[in-house]
Design a protein around this ligand. Structure first.
Ligand code: T3D
Length: 258
């Protein structure tokens, strides 16, 4: 059984984490397969958006702790360097928008991988746990970068130190995610969003994501310079021309993603 299932449909690469018996926790094979799927999303022009979700009752319980303590398994340093760091960089640097449908509990690296996606939908029954402190670890997978920027330093400190489980509604209220939806509507809503993105100007969306990525660390002056540079690049795309012409001609645009 493959630990990552992929399917390309209507311009969207669906990526499903598939180790449901272990709540989709990551072992090395799954981490490397996930990276491969993200590389494919980035490099294949037919893919214009990505949708990540989990099989079964969980989204992802983070690192497979059996593997982490096994003498045959990769040591902790390699797990972070070769599994989670590349996953987060590939999510943030993927030139296609990434929607995440959190279908159940998201713990440890599983929570921080979800938060690194561009638009996060959550099932109402899902929950979020910065589980690391409970086993003496620090939050990895970009958590110490992303979470304080999403919800503020104080709330992030408390969630990371206490390791409390929070509900989807609470996570939405804190600003951790885009939208909570009823469980039975989760996949329909998240798929509709990904399919909508897949018909939009892909290059423009990537330039937007790139600007947002850099806004995390830039000064206002540097960010304004960056906007000038990226707007110039956006103005050179086919889709910009098509968008303006369609508006003026009062018709629907037909974006190519170029
Ligand atoms: O080397 C390193 O570790 C560095 C990398 C760090 C990155 C990290 O992600 S560290 C954080 C690792 N994750 C956790 O600490 C979370 C562990 N899991 C849980 O706390 C709970 O399972 C949940 C809160 C996520 C869900 O609880 P519940 O009660 O709904 O389910 P459960 O009964 O605990 O789990 C169901 C099964 O999945 C169970 O197996 P069994 O008894 O049916 O055979 C459980 O052992 C297994 N499972 C759940 N999480 C993991 C796991 N097995 C291995 N690794 C897991 N992370």
């Amino acid at each position: 059984m493959s630990s990552i299932i992929t399917e390309l449909k209507n311009g969207v690469l669906h990526i499903k984490l598939n180790r449901p018996d272990l709540l989709n926790s990551f072992n090395r094979v799954m981490a490397l397969s996930f990276q491969e799927a993200l590389d494919n999303a980035n490099n294949n022009d037919e893919i214009r958006a990505v949708l990540v979700t989990g099989e079964g009752r969980a989204f992802c319980a983070g690192q497979d702790l059996q593997e982490a303590i096994s003498s045959d398994g990769p040591e902790l340093e390699r797990i972070v360097r070769e599994h989670y760091n590349p996953i987060i960089l590939k999510l943030r640097n993927c030139q296609k928008p990434i929607v995440c449908a959190v279908n159940g509990v998201a713990a440890g690296a599983g929570a921080n991988i979800a938060l690194a996606c561009d638009i996060v939908f959550s099932a109402k029954s899902a929950s979020y746990i910065q589980a690391f402190s409970k086993i003496g670890l620090i939050p990895d997978s970009g958590g110490t970068f992303t979470l304080p920027r999403l919800i503020g330093f104080q709330k992030a400190s408390a969630l990371m130190m206490l390791g409390d489980k929070i509900s989807a509604d609470e996570a939405e209220k804190l600003g951790m995610l885009y939208k909570v939806v009823d469980d039975e509507k989760l996949m329909d809503e998240a798929t509709a969003c990904a399919e909508k993105l897949a018909k939009m100007p892909t290059k423009g969306l990537w330039l937007t994501k790139s600007a947002l990525n850099q806004s995390m660390t830039n000064s206002l002056e540097n960010q304004l310079d960056l906007e000038e540079q990226l707007q110039t690049a956006a103005g050179e795309t086919y889709d910009y021309n098509e968008g303006v012409n369609a508006f003026l001609e009062k018709r629907k645009p037909n974006f190519k993603g170029a």
